[in-house]
Design a protein around this ligand. Structure first.
Ligand code: AMP
Length: 580
């Protein structure tokens, strides 16, 4: 039986767990099992992950990356030391560390994992998580929602029906979900939250208070963009104070020698009261309660119908949170399974199920988003070019598949552009565009039917297909999704991460150009060089196509299929002509 590990890839901390003797267990490495989700490079260029990276964050913020989970799904480069990395690559370092931890502790090679994500993660963020796994050498067999994993950790063996509310407040994200457990089947009834709300925001509130204090008491004006070392020290001190306030009514924040060039040396000493802190974060906490109300409404349940409340995520240790939930539900929330470990334990239970250890249990999940497209239509009695047409609605059970018919607008229409959105607003432009497909059509009469199918799998990943009904032809589509990486980009990331792992010297990652391939005809080599010089400036769609053609040409020449090489070169020329 091939082992599958369960991973909680958290904003602040990550954990890995595995089923041992029918019980999920956190895998440790001389620690309590918690790996800080921090990645850095030391002065010599070696990669650091976990505590070592966290320890250098205050002194070398430019060489350290924290809270990368907040950047997942963004087309963004993150500077770290002398290089920049995609969010997937940074996350891959964390996953690689967890994979190695599991291999060391179990004494076997691990190639598969179940990874948890916030229920509110978008398609792009889930995709990015999967890519991070791939870059780290892990086949992500299933992505499950964190609250579902938490419910599994508490209730996987319960037989009678039970409705559970999971309140999950971590470092960077907030999720609230209501699940029903019945005879080992977990069904998510509602799920909502906020991707940008968590303990980091509370730390920032304290940091803001400290900055104000530094300015008023010591006339020290800290520039939050430029004074990164001072900011990192204040952030660390703020987090420490916040944690203290979960246990004690007061916290003293002391930082020696907070100074910058040209300023007198300053010793910061500030007392923060719990009441004061709770007032600072009141706004954020009431946002979480709004989401709790929304989840109850979505699940069509009254607070009294909730049998149990589970707390997940480090930030739920703030005493005010339990109090708020107790006031609303008239029952004390549960936190007996460590809120930091509960999700990873649930991921391991699901991993065990994937391995066939518990085949009678099923996991039912829902989509927290509505997915749809835009079309010509009518909005509030006015013609609208961008009317949102939902295909898969929020809270639909996964996997889900829906097909809708659309019509061509005029005779001989050459193409349709199908934009994919997620959101709830009737005007598609108010929703988030997650993809754009262009379909070349046969020359059909007006009002010809185009069938559009959305297929959302159990991991919340969306696939799209369009069919010209009259001809039955499936229309070729390339998604212009700025977030997704191509296979070749991922392979490149993977070898880059492999090379950096273990502090090896950085290598030049550019492979030899196919233009230098022995036997490459001169004119094709020239086309290849032109293509290579353009590749960084073109759209993701063109880049994918160009990379494929460049590889095809290289293969054809190596295998002495010169006619094929010429044909591919012509196709590449066409793209270059269009770009240039
Ligand atoms: P997670 O993303 O679930 O790992 O949660 C990490 C967040 O929980 C960070 O913002 C921590 O500062 C916060 N946290 C951890 N322990 C405590 C505590 N005792 N009191 C308040 N916040 C905490």
């Amino acid at each position: 039986m091939e082992p599958i590990i369960g991973i909680d890839l958290g904003t602040t901390n990550s954990e890995v767990a595995y089923i041992i003797d029918n019980q999920p267990e956190i895998l440790k490495d001389n620690d309590n099992g918690i790996l800080p989700s921090c990645v850095g490079v030391d002065e010599k260029g070696a990669i650091l992950v976990g505590v070592a990276a966290k320890n250098q964050a205050a002194i070398a913020p430019e060489r350290t990356v924290l809270s990368v989970k907040r950047m997942m799904g963004k087309d963004q480069k993150i500077p770290m030391g002398d290089s920049t990395y995609s969010p997937q690559e940074i996350s891959a370092f964390i996953l690689k560390a967890l994979k190695e931890r599991a291999e060391k502790s179990l004494g076997k090679t691990i190639g598969k994992a179940v990874i948890t994500v916030p229920a509110y993660f978008t398609d792009a963020q889930r995709q990015a998580t999967r890519e991070a796994g791939k870059i780290a050498g892990l086949d992500v067999v299933r992505i499950i929602n964190e609250p579902t994993a938490a419910a599994l950790a508490y209730e996987s063996t319960r037989s009678e029906t039970h409705r559970i509310l999971i309140y999950d407040l971590g470092g960077g994200t907030f999720d609230v979900s209501i699940v029903k457990i019945e005879a080992g089947v977990v069904e998510v009834l509602a799920s909502t939250g906020d991707n940008h709300l968590g303990g980091d925001d509370f730390d920032r509130q304290i940091v803001d208070r400290l900055l104000k204090y530094c300015e008023e008491e010591h006339s020290l004006r800290v520039d939050s963009d430029k004074d990164s070392v001072i900011m990192a020290r204040l952030k660390r001190a703020a987090e420490k104070a916040k944690v203290t306030l979960s246990e004690k009514p007061y916290a003293i924040i002391e930082e020696d020698h907070i100074a910058k060039k040209g300023w007198k040396d300053i010793h910061l000493s500030y007392e923060l009261a719990r009441d004061d802190f709770e007032e600072m974060i009141e706004n954020e906490l009431s946002k979480t309660m709004d989401a709790v109300n929304r989840a109850l409404k979505d699940a069509a349940l009254l607070p009294s119908a909730i049998d149990k409340i589970i707390l997940v995520g480090g930030s739920t240790r703030i005493p005010r949170i339990s109090k708020m939930l107790e006031e609303k539900f008239g029952q004390l929330p549960h936190s007996e399974i460590d809120p930091d470990l509960c999700v990873a334990l649930g991921a391991a239970i699901q991993a065990g199920r994937e391995m066939g250890l518990d085949s009678t249990s099923v996991l039912l999940d829902i989509t927290p988003y509505t997915f749809g497209t835009s079309a010509l239509g009518d909005l509030n009695g006015e013609p609208c070019m961008t009317m949102f047409v939902p295909l898969i609605r929020r809270n639909t059970k996964l996997p889900a598949s829906r097909t809708e018919a659309f019509y061509t607008v005029y005779d001989n229409q050459e193409a349709v552009e199908i934009k994919v959105y997620q959101g709830e607003n009737p005007d598609a432009l108010d929703n988030i565009q997650i993809g754009k497909y262009k379909f070349q059509l046969s020359r059909l009469p007006q009002s010809s039917i185009i069938l559009l199918n959305f297929d959302l799998d159990i991991n919340g990943i969306l696939k799209i297909e369009a069919i010209e009904k009259a001809t039955g032809r499936k229309i070729n589509a390339v998604i212009e999704n700025a977030f997704g990486s191509s296979e070749s980009e991922m392979a490149e990331s993977r070898s880059r991460i492999e090379n950096l792992w273990g502090g090896e010297e950085k290598t030049d990652l550019k492979s030899a150009s196919p233009a230098d391939e022995p036997g490459m005809p001169d004119e094709i080599a020239q086309t290849l060089r032109r293509a290579e010089s353009q590749i960084d400036q073109v759209s993701a769609e063109d880049r994918d196509e160009m990379i494929n053609l460049i590889e095809d040409i290289g293969d054809a020449v190596r295998e002495n299929r010169m006619e094929d090489a010429k044909k591919f070169a012509e196709e590449l020329e066409d793209i270059l002509f269009y770009i240039e």
